[in-house]
Design a protein around this ligand. Sequence first.
Ligand code: ZN
Length: 372
Amino acid sequence: MTSLGQLVRVGAGRFGVLVVVAAVVVAGCGGAERPELVGPDVAPADELGRGDAGATPDTTDAVDPAAATSSFADSGSSFVTTDETTVESSTTVVEGELQPVEGGVNAIVTPTGVLAAVLGRIDDGYLIETPCGFQAAIAWGQPLTTVDVMLDPGHGGDEEGAVAESGLTEASINMKVVRRAAALLTDRGISTALTRSGDYRMPIVQRAGLADALQAKALVSIHHNTPKAADSTIPGTEVYVQSTSAEARRLGGLVYERLVSDLAQFDVSWVARTDAGVLTVLNDEGEDAYGINRRPSTPSALVEVGYLANPAEADLFATDDYVAVAAQAIAEGIEAFLSTSAAGSGFVETPRSFNPSGATGGQSDCVDPALN
Ligand SMILES: [Zn+2]
């Protein structure tokens, strides 16, 4: 139950001596057992990217994040969370040269299924950026060079997002839909990674950074909405796209049109805002209001599939049928974005004005999941 937690790099130049001080995070009483990793074997770092000059890891075959994380399905609380952890003072010193990473490895999936950007090689493995944005040394993992699609299940850990009257949390339903969509995309030969693979906290800057680090062609963040909205005969799906990217607009339009069309098969009392559709949302500075749109250079769309605050919709979202239909629509929209020049539809030309308040999506008090 021991894991490398928060780490701090001390006085290390890019090629200088590296000293990593680790705080060891230990699960407390009744802490969740760490699930066993399934999927492709994880090779020790020594077997990754060394020797065999010129061999570039085949991302599609060698790395299957959906498979690597599939053992976590339906166990949204498998990872150590804030409530279940204590931090013991313990120091681990790792010394070595920080080296460039061979073979174009930009991220790794750790043995616990956590995707992390790679900052460099060290003697004992990799220096990575943790989900909370700290630096950590890790001995092994599955290397990734690029992915076609980065899927982002919104919220996680102590930021559970919207909560339905039934108790269903947004973070958990976001994850179910994303996992299913990732599996569908992978089946179609489209390499896909998840920004987070379990129920842990992850600041927006790290989510956006992973998409850029892996040169994704699309970043799609999945959410379920909470504010009040009026009764509607069609789903109140909203998709927020980058105001500066025609490709993001097309991505959003293609996902939106399939979602609204496919969700309409469910006989539910929907709710919607009057300007529901594919939107740009701008703050008072004229920038994209949401960090997942504003931060990455990867074309990005934030999808609010429906309203968890509406009990009728929340009951639907708890069903397997819903997860299957929503995931299928999202995967088809993304595939159309990658493989056609179709424009999509549902665009609302007047930007919505919004100035986010509150501190969700940041690094403060962030606790990393187990990495090893
Ligand atoms: Zn959300």
